[in-house]
Design a protein around this ligand. Sequence first.
Ligand SMILES: [Zn+2]
Ligand SMILES: [Zn+2]
Length: 135
Amino acid sequence: MTARCYCGASRLTLDKPPFTVAYCHCSDCRRWTGAPVAAFAAVDRADVSDQLPAPYRGAPGVERWTCPTCHGPLAAAFAYLPDQVYVPLGIIDQADRLLPEMHSHAGSALPWLHIADDLPRAQASARDDLNRAAT
Ligand SMILES: [Zn+2]
Ligand SMILES: [Zn+2]
């Protein structure tokens, strides 16, 4: 898989398929992506760590990477999901083939947002499901 930021100066090559693909409805990811719901591909941190610039550390235990040129989102990581990096689906060139498998933080979803699927919906972080997917 390949990904690139808004301007194209930052590019990622992902050699392995993602562990999982998940929506995140938390307000942090909404604010960071600017979208009413975020969706991410979970990949091995070792596969992308040397392709990422220095992270921005906002909330405790959260790292977020943006393009140094256009400041578009590139990736995020969460201390409670060790060795995983979350790449926003919107920047992945093959996003049409990456079907989400779960909703995390469904309890924080915007009330007018209706996604008609039968995927598992975790009210909070879904950390157990996400960590299980990564093993
Ligand atoms: Zn850029
Ligand atoms: Zn989130």
